[in-house]
Design a protein around this ligand. Sequence first.
Ligand code: GNR
Ligand code: NI
Length: 176
Amino acid sequence: MALLPILTAPDPRLKKKSDAVASVDDETRQLMDDMLETMYAAPGIGLAAPQVGVLKRVIVLDIDREDTKTGPLFMANPEIVEASDEDAVYEEGCLSVPEHYSDVVRPARVTVRYLDRDGKRQELACEGLLATCVQHEIDHLDGILFIDHISALKRNMILRKLLKARKEKEREEADA
Ligand code: GNR
Ligand code: NI
């Protein structure tokens, strides 16, 4: 297992569309395991492969680590096959948009079809935070961040602050 560095916006790799995996092989499983460790350490409740610079359609989720009944979810090639007409609003955050939070409107319930860690086809009905999180992660696979769902004014303000924070960090590192 290994901790992987998490990319932050603005980064061109976060805007790219990721490729489907041909099969869930040992390399995919290694990626899933490293992503889970990275997500737990962050800490976060979901992580998508492009956030660690790997442009593959792989996500991991665990919305409640305390809940031992439902362990982590590993998904390759996840697809939303059904979405409710009813919407829900959640205040979202993202490990690639550190320290910024905004309300995002999405379908309240979705059904996701995917390949699990064993390469077995699965379908899962999601609601609540899990529905929000799985949609947030699948967005990453299509180069979409939660800030793409809010007003351009707010988005550009956040992106400006992220760039400024990065430049300050680079300056500190250069001075050290
Ligand atoms: O850790 C995370 N928390 C979160 C909270 C509300 C809605 C979505 C998320 S996902 C985020 C981790 C992350 O950036 N996944 O891509
Ligand atoms: Ni995210």
